[in-house]
Design a protein around this ligand. Structure first.
Ligand code: GRF
Length: 193
């Protein structure tokens, strides 16, 4: 496996909207020698996002962006380019990025989704999976294109649904897998891990 020291690591920005536990997990991952990324910047569309505290705690720059304002998005693009950001990880980011934004970072934006894509795109995946009496669920990391949760899949993890599972238990069990799958997917992209 390729060892990357700090300076060689890929400059990364994580976009969040809320709780930010995947951000927390990616920050921990980024500190490892074996991680191909370093996290330079956290972007939130929500100034009350709980996850911002993980950026503060780790002294990572963060910015609150109003994604409804074109001027703020243009400014964000400049900031990302100025900071030489080569990877954007969406982690519980609830805004849909514009086509232009995606074009500017073509092939460099990835997302984690709590279902076995292409099934159950969009929100409330666990509710819908349980309603349909599915036997399996899981999580997927994929490239972001202009179609919602529709880009090329990088990695997926499948888990079994138990008879006594409910929304809460599924959320917990899938999240646990997300924390392994997101770093593994990043390694896959950059180091053919
Ligand atoms: C995760 O389940 C992720 O798959 C989905 O949103 C949730 C974010 O959780 N896209 P957190 O904010 O990382 O805790």
């Amino acid at each position: 496996m390729v060892k990357l020291i700090g300076v060689n690591k890929i400059n990364t920005s994580v976009f969040i909207s809320g709780r930010g536990t995947n951000l927390k997990n990616l920050i921990e991952f980024s500190k490892k020698n074996s991680s191909p990324i370093k996290i330079n910047m956290v972007i939130s569309n929500n100034k009350k996002a709980y996850g911002i505290r993980y950026a503060k705690k780790n002294k990572i720059k963060f910015k609150i962006i109003n994604f409804s304002k074109k001027s703020e998005i243009n400014n964000l693009l400049k900031i990302l380019n100025y900071n030489n950001i080569k990877l954007i990880c969406l982690a519980g980011f609830l805004k849909i990025l514009s086509k232009d934004f995606i074009k500017s970072f073509k092939g460099k934006i990835i997302n984690i989704h709590p279902s076995l894509l292409p099934r159950y795109k969009g929100l409330n995946t666990h509710e819908r999976v349980l309603e349909n009496n599915e036997k399996f669920t899981g999580c997927s990391v994929h490239f972001v294109n202009e179609k919602l949760d529709g880009g090329k899949i990088i990695l997926q993890k499948k888990i079994k649904i138990f008879k006594n599972d409910n929304i809460k238990s599924l959320k917990i069990r899938v999240l646990k897998e997300e924390y392994k799958l997101y770093p593994k997917s990043i390694k896959k992209i950059f180091t053919n891990y």
